[in-house]
Design a protein around this ligand. Structure first.
Ligand code: AMP
Ligand code: GLY
Length: 426
């Protein structure tokens, strides 16, 4: 396909990384990003339609007929944007509403895993608080309480004590802290181990694993403080050895895909497994129906060759023709966030040093929460930038990424100083 037209839905760091990679494709695509940010504007045309406006997106797509639409965030996928675009006769990368339930309903994901024999934490589902409390009291070990639906990353409570688990049940089922998303909860055994993200492309039949990555979810160094959307990532994650990798492929991805197929669900897009590497082997903590953020920022710079043939093959159902290749180099993405994030933070602060940082060897600065105001790049979100660098090894990639972080300034910027440290310890 020559000069294809590509629409990317979303406006965060993941979407900038996708736009950056797609724009470099040898087919010379025209890339559009809705709504995008100040970073996507450098490589794509920003379309002023929010990812939460399916009518607007469908209307744009009907008029502009993109050759492929890549949907970044989970909310539009769970709301059925993919189905609506396909109904217009358009190619879409991203599962339909049925497949997106793997992320949109943790109860559904558990049901699939149980039927398919995918290793994951033991869990029970409840809609009634008394029953959930009684169950909590009967459990010997530590627990995790999860709202069933999408709760903007806040629906999971990892508990040290039964009292904390009971309080989390009360928050969801009695106080309705998560609204509709928390009308059902899962009470799970708490797994111990190190976490790793494995993402796979699939056309519903074939599976191609992407390079591994490790996210850093807590706001503070040494995994302290509250959970965030992700404060940094690196790839590859050396914690996964060859044997575990094969186990994950067969016991997680192949089993899940067969079970979806058995139920008549054709899953096209990325399936993301958040794994805990326990003493009993890898177990699934969660599925996401989309690229991870910020894992994508650390993975895509390692992708060798064009990305579009693979994304198109997923949409068209012929992924068997595609083989992925990765540079042996490592990649590190350090998120620079607004002061106060993940709590309250200020926006509209001017950012300086972006050009200087981007000129450093191996560095690319992905924008997340930024916007252009009168030609200046301003902060516009909690996670502001994903400062990313490649290097011959993890240490070099990390040194380069932090070297770039040092050149960038905005008021009250915060970032973790230990991204990739666990990988280096190995
Ligand atoms: P989720 O939204 O399901 O990924 O949960 C968010 C985070 O909660 C995960 O990344 C883990 O750090 C933690 N978590 C979720 N489930 C468990 C579990 N069963 N045991 C321990 N930690 C968990
Ligand atoms: N990095 C975690 C996520 O994308 O859900």
């Amino acid at each position: 396909m020559a000069d294809p037209k590509i629409l990317i839905v979303g406006g965060g760091g993941r979407e900038h990384a996708l736009a950056w990679k797609i724009a470099r494709d040898s087919s010379r695509p025209a890339v559009f990003c809705a709504p995008g940010n100040a970073g996507t504007a450098q490589v794509a045309g920003n379309v002023p339609i929010q990812a939460s406006d399916p009518d607007g997106l469908v209307a744009w797509a009907r008029e502009n007929r993109p050759d492929l639409t890549v949907i970044g965030p989970e909310a539009p996928l769970c709301a059925g944007l993919s189905d609506r675009l396909e109904a217009e006769g358009l190619r879409v990368f991203g599962p339909g509403r049925d497949g997106a339930r793997l992320e949109g309903s943790k109860a559904f994901a558990k049901e699939i895993m149980a039927s398919a024999g995918v290793p994951s934490a033991r869990a029970a589902r409840f809609t009634r608080a008394e029953e959930a409390m009684a169950y909590v009291r009967r459990q010997p070990g530590r627990l995790v309480v999860k709202a069933d639906g999408l709760a903007a990353g806040k629906g999971v409570t990892v508990c040290d004590t039964a009292a904390e688990a009971a309080a989390a049940v009360e928050e969801a089922l009695i106080r309705r802290a998560f609204g509709e998303a928390g009308l059902e909860v899962l009470v799970e055994e708490r797994l111990e181990g190190e976490e790793v993200s494995v993402l796979a492309l699939t056309d519903g039949k074939q599976i191609e694993l992407l390079a591994s990555a490790q996210d850093h979810k807590r706001v503070g160094d040494g995994d302290t403080g509250p959970n965030t959307g992700g404060m940094g990532a690196y790839s590859p994650a050396p914690i996964l050895d060859e044997k575990q990798w094969r186990t994950v492929r067969s016991e997680v991805f192949e089993r899940t895909l067969s079970e979806l197929t058995r139920r008549g669900i054709v899953y096209r897009g990325v399936l993301y497994a958040g794994l805990m590497l326990t003493a009993d082997g890898p177990k699934v903590l969660e599925f996401n129906c989309r690229f991870g953020d910020p894992e994508t920022q650390a993975i895509l710079p390692r992708w060798e060759g064009d990305i579009l043939p693979a994304l198109l093959a997923c949409a068209e159902g012929n992924l068997e023709r595609v083989r992925l290749a990765w540079t042996p180099e490592a990649c590190v993405c350090v998120v620079m966030a607004a002061g106060g994030y993940p709590g309250r933070y200020d926006a509209d602060l001017p950012i300086s040093g972006l050009e200087e940082a981007s000129a450093l060897e191996g560095v690319v600065v992905f924008h997340a929460g930024t916007r252009l105001t009168g030609g200046r790049v301003m902060t516009a979100g909690g996670r502001v930038l994903g400062v990313t660098a490649r290097g011959a090894n993890l240490r070099e990639a990390r040194d380069r990424a932090y070297g770039a972080v040092e050149r960038i300034r905005f008021d009250r910027a915060q970032f973790r100083r230990d991204i990739g440290a666990r990988g280096l310890q190995r």
